[in-house]
Design a protein around this ligand. Sequence first.
Ligand code: FES
Length: 113
Amino acid sequence: MGQSAFLHHSASMKYDKHIFVCTNQKAEGKKCCGEEFGMETVNRLRAKIKEANLPIQVRAQRAGCLDVCAFGPALVVYPEGTFYGSLTTEAVDRIFEEHICAGKVVEELEIKF
Ligand code: FES
């Protein structure tokens, strides 16, 4: 994979890709993403980021409710602002490989507002 697949942004940006994973715990009567899967996802992404040794700065971290609860479990990737929903472990792996490593939005997994 060539470096050209990566989009480098302004030098003032600390991260080339910043992933926020909803870890909001289910509130009564509300469909929510859940802390357990959210934290598993953050840890999975962090391990993959470390292992991949990418030529860009990537950070994955927990977030509160992203306000897309009906589509959860969810995460969002910046700077694109791409929201992904209905996450499974397989979906997270695909987002990592295609969006983070290859720089291509995974349209099938994207939340369509
Ligand atoms: S609880 Fe995850 S987006 Fe709202």
